[in-house]
Design a protein around this ligand. Structure first.
Ligand code: NAD
Length: 494
């Protein structure tokens, strides 16, 4: 099927205006369900990043800096309302751009408005402390905006990831330059229109999609950017960290996971099996929180393996615009090839293939990047399929004997983003949750995200946290001011 540009955006959003790229270009975006170009959008180059960073710095000196926090809160809340009202439209665009099923993008983008509402509430509540150091010196602390933030965003959930960075940064009073991933630019341009409509002063938010090696790297190393907030691969995070060292930029990194999803033998089996199956295939497998390692206590292992195998075959792969589709295509060709490559790796490593393991060609979408939901059983925890983030709909099933074994296997990877566990034993839930090296643990549920709860990783899963007061602090610098009340400063050398 050929599809020619049903969405065109020739300009970047910089300094409150829509401008032609200086040294960027117009780049087609592929609809991963059809394999054909569907959108044409502006990418920025190095000079465009310079212009956006200059606009953001200008904004930090302008009315944004002196705007009363309650007014700032009003703008952020308005942006949330606009996002909520436009969620169905943005969801269709995001689904076309990255292939995630419409029913998921619609629910997600609607829920993302909550991030703006939550952080709007914080904008006028950033108070400090007062200390009386001695009768002659009074001191107070406050937090001031960190300044210009560079946000570097991946392709799997562009609106969510942008929102998780933008909402707290705006609440803190920062200005932002957002570089979204090369594969999925469309919804961020639409967000820019909502930002414009909400009435933010020029330059507070600047949208410059572009290639990682040019625009991204330039933003990461830019001397006039104070902080980088990055979501993506840990290898990229290292490059960004090196580039950001030029002016000791503050960094927040969210870098993926290899989450264990553990079923103990006392769990409610029906619910646990439903959850591990869903958590392994959600978001077409392209979620940092994917429950990609299913750990099952030995006495229940055969039953769970059989049930997950059966349920994997119920998962409908197909056109992501179709309301009944569960799993859409992989977002781009390189990810598609990477996922297929891991099918081969799993087979070569000797894991038992129970379901999937092949490319799929839904009728009428033969050129799309579809793969089948895949289940490997009897996986050794040391195998590559159990250690590396595949970012496709692939689960590895691993048996374990005792609680200690489960914890050891769960922690035996370089990642530490999220984990799930199923048990009806309250003590065990707390014990295991405490021992698991992950930023988030879900007990008898999976993948609830809330703007008020910190989200981020241990180990190579990242640095810092998104969401909640922790995120807000990461966009500010604490400051102490000490005041001499005595009116005297004795001459010390007399
Ligand atoms: P990626 O690291 O390849 O790219 C992410 C972003 O970095 C893109 O915008 C890219 O253009 C940019 N980039 C690439 N090279 C750069 C460089 N040298 N300097 C500056 N920017 C550069 O990641 P991806 O493939 O787009 O996304 C998938 C990864 O993101 C997975 O590992 C996934 O787990 C992770 N992720 C993590 C979370 C989380 O919250 N922990 C959420 C979503 C995705």
């Amino acid at each position: 099927m050929t599809e020619q540009y049903s969405y065109i955006q020739r300009k970047l959003f910089i300094g409150g205006e829509w401008v032609d790229p200086i040294d960027g270009e117009l780049v087609p975006s592929i609809n991963p369900a059809t394999g054909a170009p569907w959108a044409l959008t502006a990418f920025g180059g190095v000079k465009d990043i310079d212009r956006a960073v200059a606009a953001a710095n200008e904004a930090m000196r302008g009315p944004w800096r002196t705007m009363p926090p309650s007014q700032r809160a009003g703008l952020i809340r308005k942006l949330g309302e606009l996002l909520e009202a436009n969620a169905p439209r943005l969801a269709e665009l995001e689904t076309r751009d990255n292939g995630r099923p419409l029913r998921e993008t619609r629910a997600n983008i609607t829920a993302e408005a909550q991030w703006y509402y939550y952080f709007a509430g914080y904008a006028d509540k950033m108070d400090g402390r007062v200390l009386e150091i001695n009768p002659d010196v009074m001191a107070y602390t406050n937090r001031i905006p960190i300044g210009v933030v560079g946000a570097i965003v991946p392709w799997n959930a562009p609106t969510l990831v942008t929102t998780m960075k933008l909402a707290p940064a705006l609440a803190a009073g920062c200005a932002m330059v957002i570089k979204v991933a090369e594969h999925t630019t469309v919804t961020t341009f639409e967000l820019a229109k909502l930002i414009e409509e909400a009435g933010f002063p020029p330059g507070v938010v600047n949208i410059v999609p572009g290639y990682g090696q040019t625009a991204g790297a330039h933003l990461a190393g830019h001397p006039d950017v104070n902080k980088l907030s990055f979501t993506g691969e840990h290898r990229t995070a290292r490059e960004i960290m090196r580039a950001g060292a030029t002016n000791l930029k503050r960094v927040s990194f969210e870098c993926g996971g290899k989450s264990p999803h553990i079923i103990f033998d006392d769990a409610n089996m029906e619910q646990a099996i439903n959850a591990v199956t869903h958590a392994g295939f959600m978001a077409c497998g392209q979620s940092c929180a994917l429950g990609s390692r299913i750990l099952v206590q030995r006495s229940m292992y055969d039953r769970v393996v059989e049930e997950v195998q059966r349920r994997a075959k119920d998962v409908r792969v197909g056109d992501p615009m179709n309301e009944t589709t569960h799993v859409g295509p992989q977002t781009h060709q390189a990810q598609y090839e990477k996922t297929l490559g891991y099918f081969d790796i799993g087979k070569a490593e000797g894991a038992r293939l129970l379901a999937g393991g092949t490319a799929v060609s839904p009728s009428g979408l033969e050129n799309g990047y579809f793969v089948s939901p895949t289940v490997f059983a009897d996986v050794d925890p040391g195998m590559r399929i159990a250690q590396e983030e595949i970012f496709g709909p692939v689960v590895s099933m691993i048996p374990f004997e005792t609680e200690d074994d489960a914890i050891e296997i769960a922690n035996g990877v370089r990642y530490g983003l999220t984990a799930g566990l199923w048990t009806q034993d309250l003590g065990r839930a707390h014990r295991v949750s405490r021992e698991i090296m992950a930023g988030t643990v879900w007990v008898n549920t999976y993948r609830i995200l809330h703007p008020g709860l910190p989200y981020g990783g241990f180990k190579i899963s990242g640095i810092g946290r998104e969401n909640g007061p922790d995120a807000l602090e990461a966009y500010t610098e604490p400051k102490s001011t000490m005041i001499n009340l005595s009116g005297e400063y004795p001459y010390p050398y007399g």
